[in-house]
Structure formats: C-alpha cells, structure tokens
Design a protein around this ligand. Sequence first.
Ligand SMILES: Cc1ncc(COP(=O)(O)O)c(C=O)c1O
Length: 300
Amino acid sequence: MTIPPIGMTPDEIMATLRRFKAHDMDWQSGRVFAYVYQPRETAAAVVRDAYMLYLAENCLDPTIFPSIAQLERDVVRMIAGLLQGDEQVAGNVTGGGTESILLAVKAARDWARAHRPHIAQPEMVLSRTAHAAFHKAAHYFGVKPVVVAFDPVTFEADVAAMRAAITDNTILLVASAPCYSQGVIDPVPAIASLAREYGLLCHVDACVGGIYLSFLRKLGYAVPPFDFSIPASHPSLWTCTNTDIPPRALRLSSTATAPCGGIRCLLRPTQPAIPYQPDGSQFAVGWTDCRCVGDPAPPG
Ligand SMILES: Cc1ncc(COP(=O)(O)O)c(C=O)c1O
C-alpha cells in the first residue's frame, strides 16, 4: 500500500475503516468476555466527550496546558483516597497497568541505587502468577526477576518461598491483588510485612483490583487488605490501578506511591510517561470516570 496521490474524502475514509472492522468481534453484542467492558450509556457518552475534548492537547509543557496537570493531581488524590491512602501518597496517571509496573520497578531500582549502592545486580522476588509486565520491566531496568512457585492449592503467592528467595541483592517483593491469570488475591499483608522485616520495597499490582476490590469492600463484601491501609513503617507500597472503559484505550490508571526516600516514579518532571508525551485524553477520561461514577461512601 502507498499513500494515495490525492487524499481520500472523510466519507471514503470512514467507509473504508468500517469495512476493515466488519470481521472484528462485535463486543457490544454482549458476547465478548473481557477485552472491552460495557459501561452505562451515560458514562460512555461523557467519557467519549471528555476524550475528544483533550485529544489534541498534550503533556509536553504543563505551562501551556495546565489543566492536564490539574486533572492528574485530582485523579491521584481521588484514587489515593479510594485506596485508603493519606496525603503522603503521591502518584502519576499512566497509560495502563504495564506502564505503572514499569514505573514502579524503575522507582525501586533508583531507590536501591541511592540507598543500597553496594548492590550491583538488584533482584525482585515475584510469584509465577505475577503479570508478564514485571519481566518486561526487569529486562528494561536491569533488575533480575527471581520467580518462585505459587501455592498449588490456592494459587496464592507462597510467602515462605518468597522468604527463602530473598538474598543480599533483593530490593523488591511483588504481590498481586488479584493476579491476572487466576484472579486470586495474594496475601498482601504477609508480603508487605516480609518486606518491612528485610527493609525491602513492596509493590502491589492492583491493576484490576484497585478499583473493583475497593468498591466491593464498600458494598460490604469481605475483601482482604491489599491497599494503603496496610502499615508500611518502611514506606514502600506502590499500587497501580486501572479499569478499562470502551474503547480499551480509555482507561483510568494510576500508580500511587507511598513516600519512599524521596524517590518518585517520575522520570523527570516534564516527562512523566515512559512511551511518549501522552495527550490529555487519558487524564480527562480518568478524571471523568471518577466523577461520573461517584463513590457513595467516600473516605473521611
Ligand atoms: C494484574 C494485572 N497486572 C497488569 C496488567 C497489565 O495491564 P495493561 O494491559 O493495562 O498494560 C493486567 C492486565 O490485564 C493485569 O490484569
């Protein structure tokens, strides 16, 4: 295919795109499990409008589009509250769970460089059930993944196996709430306590659970502790959350970070994202999700 010598008309373009899509699954029929999650039509409409409102604006210079920085600050505060965090919790809005995990592992690596400078080859201990993004992060940031077996009955991370895998090079322990493969919540308090005992960081991957578990708890279901309510005397808990609203690119993601020796997830102030300068739409969508769904039992 080549770029056409004369540009196509908008009608031709849309007709062509619709033809391309003709053999894709029709997720709106309600017969596609996962991938796209159907919101209420009112929520879907306002989310689409918010996305379009910020399609062109980008994060390159927050003095040009200061409202994007405001949207990010608001989202971080709203999600920190949902996760029972206090004012000490800081964070970034990211493009998804993978980016949140990349930022968390990078922040742990940077923390170790500052606070454990004798470690030449940092290691992170994770259960086999942890998301593949941890292996991507390990590869990108030079952190060795030490994978341990899960409990064969419950599929939970095996805390005894994690303890046995800790070495002088360990910097980070990983927990999932829940893990992407079995939907099982790891024993987060025990893993966080192990991290405290050894002076390590702990990352909780709550990419799916951060939102869902918080609301299930508010609805009265027995949800085991997985968020900032877990004491972290050695402040070390990262939690990332995201929920997918159609289309899949529209998602609310946040990496909330307990204060950790001054290390934040930011790469540098004007370059918070890993892949590119995001446009404002993901921030507007995250903000809109929080505001339009509402929380019948806000903290405090
Ligand atoms: C537990 C968990 N972690 C991380 C991810 C990665 O998230 P994303 O696909 O948004 O990069 C997922 C995605 O399903 C997940 O379920």
